[in-house]
Structure formats: C-alpha cells, structure tokens
Ligand binder design. Structure first.
Ligand code: SD4
Length: 292
C-alpha cells in the first residue's frame, strides 16, 4: 500500500509534514491536503499565498484556490476572493455541489458568508510595505510590476488510493484587479484522477494555461510514463512551444504523483524547490534546476 504527499516550494515543508502525519493516521487525502494548505495560507511570512499574500494594483489581496478529488473527479474553485482566511477550505466545500463549482469575487464571498467561513483582513503591514516599495520602483525605475509568484500546489494519495490535489495563491504581485492565473483552473493549475495520478503547477499562469499542463502530465502518466518522465516531457513541450511561437516562455514548474506513490517534478527555471513525503521517500525538500 503506497501513500504520500507532494507540494510546490519549500514554504510547504511544515504543511507537508502535517499532511503526511494525517495520511499515516488514515485521514483522507482531502483532509490532509486541506490541513497542509491551510498551514501555508495562515503563515504571514509567505507572500504569495493566503494571509500576507501580495496585493493587486489597488493594494487589495485577491485570492484564488481550487480542489479536485480524483475518485469522483469532483471540482471546487474560487477566484478573486477577498477577506477570507482559508480559500482552500472554501474551494473544498464547493466540491460537494453538482453545479456551481467555481465562484468568483463577490459571488464567492457571498457563498463563503452563507456557509460559515471566517472573514479576515488578509492584508498585512508587510504586504502593504512591499506594495508601496514596488509601486515606487515601478514608477521611478520602470520595473515590471509583476513579481513574486510562489503558488502552493499539492497532490496527495491516501490509504484508500484516493488522489486529490489542491492549490492556493494570491497570484501575481500587482496584478490587475480581477486577474486570475492558472492556479484555480482544472487541467492547468491542477488535475487529479485516482486511476492514474495527480499534478499541479506553479509559475506564470498566463503561460501555464496555454498548455493545460497538469492535465497533460496526468495523460502522460496514463500512457505509461513515470511521473518524472511525464513532468519533464510536459514542461519541455510547453516551454518549446511557447519559445517557438512567442519567442519566450514564462516560468513553469510542476510536481506530480501517481497511484503507486511515485513522484516527479520539473521546471524551466533555476531555483525551484518542492517538498515530498511518501511511504518510500522520507520528508525532504528538493531543489531543482531547469533540466534542459
Ligand atoms: C498565477 N500561477 O497566478 C500563479 C502564480 C504562481 O508560482 O504560481 N506562482 O499565475
């Protein structure tokens, strides 16, 4: 019996530790993922997810999150939500609906209010300071406003062989109000099918969406590739396609796990990190560079 959990970025270390302990205690991958991602969302030190997330052009923290259960292919997603502490929990809750699985902005907030989720001001002093500094630089030095993107995405496999995945992000720093990246989009930011495996992505949403990369990775695994090969093939293919057609490719990093608890990761940048714990791989942070 194999089981495990994997996440994008080192910031997920404590979350993955908690999530893995839950899976070992026979909790579901859904519960483990929610707890693990909440741990990242609640930490004000992480400037790209949840509390402390970097704000949009108007200094508002707009958050995106999604959840997918690979047994039933249930999906739940929210985008552009403000003033709620744990977007991942709201996304998970939306999975139980037959319809209305994906809500945005005021609609998502209304749903969260009606379903008992806690309101919280998600803008920290530090995030506001960063925003002011960046705005000054953008105006004085002509820097691109976009910066700081480290979405947390996770895939987990439990004792019942259920694979789930989830994401949570504040998106791109200084994004336009209403801008949504890949993270809450099924197929792009995440995808899970318990018969095969799950995958999740982080990086420049505008480019990740051009390749529906999480779905691509799961399909690669379906036709017999290992998770590592699936991840590398998908990142290389999208990177090349974007470079050929558009002259350049944005940041693309992915992690994945198959139904046997084997995992893979790939990136086209030089400092991607991920965290994994499985019955075969003790809890560990891996640092990864572009492989091609
Ligand atoms: C987005 N993909 O909103 C997210 C940002 C991100 O690592 O993942 N950063 O485009």
């Amino acid at each position: 019996m194999h089981y495990g959990i994997i996440a994008t970025w080192e910031m997920a270390f404590e979350g993955i530790k908690k999530g893995f302990e839950l899976i070992e205690k026979n909790f579901s991958s859904e519960q483990a993922l929610e707890e693990a991602i909440m741990d990242v969302e609640d930490n004000p030190e992480f400037s790209s997810v949840g509390f402390g997330g970097l704000p949009n052009e108007f200094c508002e923290v707009e958050l995106d999150a999604a959840f997918m259960n690979g047994d039933t292919l249930s999906i739940g997603g929210i985008a552009g939500i403000k003033n709620f502490s744990n977007p991942v929990s709201i996304a998970r809750s939306l999975m139980k609906n037959r319809f209305n699985n994906f809500l945005v902005a005021e609609g998502a907030e209304k749903y969260a209010d009606l379903n008992g989720f806690k309101r919280k001001n998600m803008l920290t002093e530090n995030a506001m300071k960063q925003w002011n500094l960046r705005r000054e630089k953008v105006m004085k030095e002509g820097l691109s406003p976009y910066d700081g993107h480290d979405t947390v995405g996770m895939v987990a496999l439990d004792f019942k062989k259920t694979i789930c995945c989830a994401t949570s992000t504040s998106g791109l720093f200084m994004k336009l109000k209403g801008r949504v990246g890949d993270s809450p989009f099924f197929g792009s930011g995440l995808y899970a099918d318990s018969d095969i495996g799950g995958a999740t992505a982080t990086g420049l949403g505008e480019d990740i969406m051009k390749g529906s990369i999480s779905y691509e990775i799961v399909r690669n695994m379906e036709i017999g590739m290992s998770p590592q090969e699936s991840a590398e093939k998908a990142v290389f293919k999208l990177h090349k396609k974007l470079s050929d057609k558009r002259g350049k490719a944005g940041d693309i990093s992915v992690v994945c796990m198959n139904k046997d608890g084997d995992f893979g990761a790939a990136t086209n940048i030089d400092d991607f990190s991920f965290v994994v714990a499985t019955d075969k791989q003790p809890l560990k942070v891996f640092k990864l560079n572009r492989f091609f």
